[in-house]
Design a protein around this ligand. Structure first.
Ligand SMILES: C[S@@+](CC[C@H](N)C(=O)[O-])C[C@H]1O[C@@H](n2cnc3c(N)ncnc32)[C@H](O)[C@@H]1O
Length: 364
């Protein structure tokens, strides 16, 4: 049998207990057993606290069960959860852990049940599939469909995501909220020629090529091989596959642009500082940067970015940010902020409801 994912099956415990017998209600033992048997029959390795604690007869203390459950969720790739109706506090904590650990989640929700907004909205920040059931017999066939949906299994690293969608990337951007003309115009008004520009996350050269055509000396770097190949194919002369985080160059640049990239793919403060320090080091005296990240007040703090390809849907994680936090990071790195723009089309100054945080800053 092929190697299968490990699954953690979460369900209410305390609410399923029969106070007199000190054991779970028979109905709920059968429910959990049915799902466990089904998952094991499909070859999954499953962990479940009810079974571990002998359906309540071997009840673990909070100090015993909490670290074990967290470790088991860390070790699993999928959390299958009955959040409970009324809600189970324990399962809600497990859902929070699984979401923060970027695990795949399958929610089993009763059609007549009432669930909290944060459970119903979990799919906006994590890989969540939902089974809605009237009778427990409806659960297993739907659970099978969810488990077979291979496309839901993985959030790709940003380089893999863009490798897989590089062929159709330009059409994806055509549907965006800003026009290429307005994006390029902002770069033109920020950097006067002659000017050597580094385009960080140049993608297919959408921005870099029009700048090159206007006479700018442009070098594009991108962590995705597929994207740099597309950029070269379209005519970008200097396109390198490289991650900004470890990038160095023999000469400095007059300007760094990173449009629709910036901090889009990380929310890790150490990485963000590192990226700004690299940009700072790549710029010559009075060099300028145009650094564009999504605004969390418009976009949310984390989103799963999806794109259909010939081989199924691909997904990667994307992060919204706080303008004040980014502004402080730039200043701590040694930049002076000149403008914070909020959108390209039309070009507007940043306000809380703006889609973008586009920092225009100068070294020193
Ligand atoms: C949404 S695309 C933007 C491409 C281009 N700037 C544009 O506006 O069309 C984001 C690109 O950033 C690249 N990228 C993300 N993080 C990167 C990093 N740390 N270093 C280099 N490229 C990165 C991705 O591979 C992807 O091609």
């Amino acid at each position: 049998m092929e190697k299968r994912d490990k699954i953690f099956l979460a369900a209410p415990f305390h609410d399923y207990m029969n106070g007199e017998s000190g054991r779970m209600n028979q109905k709920h033992i059968e429910l959990v057993t049915k799902v466990l048997d089904y998952l094991r029959s499909k070859g999954y390795e499953v962990h479940n606290a009810h079974e571990r604690e002998k359906w309540g007869e071997d009840w673990y203390s909070p100090e015993q069960c909490t670290p074990i459950d967290l470790e088991k969720i860390k070790d699993s790739s999928i959390l299958v959860a009955f959040p409970g109706n009324p809600p189970s506090g324990g399962v809600h904590i497990e859902l929070g852990w699984a979401s923060a650990l970027e695990k795949r989640i399958i929610l089993l929700l009763e059609e007549s049940g009432t669930y909290s907004n944060l459970v119903l909205g979990l799919n906006t920040v994590s890989r969540v599939q939902t089974v809605r059931y009237k009778n427990i017999d409806d659960v297993l066939p739907q659970l099978e469909l969810c488990l077979q949906d291979k496309s839901a299994q993985r959030i790709l690293a940003v380089s893999d995501f863009y490798d897989k969608m590089s062929a159709s990337y330009d059409s994806f951007m055509e549907e965006g909220e800003s026009t290429l003309e307005d994006e390029v115009n902002l770069v033109l008004q920020t950097f006067t020629q002659p000017c050597r520009i580094l385009d960080v996350g140049c993608g297919t050269g959408r921005i870099a090529i029009p700048l090159q055509d206007k006479g700018y000396a442009v070098t594009g770097i991108d962590v995705s091989h597929g994207m740099t190949q597309q950029a070269k194919r379209k005519g970008l002369r200097n396109a390198l596959q490289a991650n900004l985080e470890g990038f160095n160059h023999s000469e400095t640049f007059d300007g760094v642009v990173s449009l629709h990239v910036g901090f889009s793919y990380t929310n890790d403060a150490d990485k963000m500082f590192k990226m700004l320090q690299v940009v700072y080091g790549l710029l010559g005296t009075s060099g300028k940067v145009l650094w564009d990240s999504p605004n969390k007040h418009f976009y949310g703090e984390k989103k799963v970015l999806e794109w259909p390809t010939e081989n199924g849907i691909v997904r990667t994680a994307c992060y919204g940010h706080d303008a004040e936090r980014i502004r402080e990071m730039f200043m701590e790195t040694g930049f002076s902020i000149q403008n914070i723009w909020g959108s390209y089309t039309p070009l507007t100054k940043y306000k809380k409801e703006s889609p973008r945080i586009i920092i225009e800053a100068v070294k020193g």
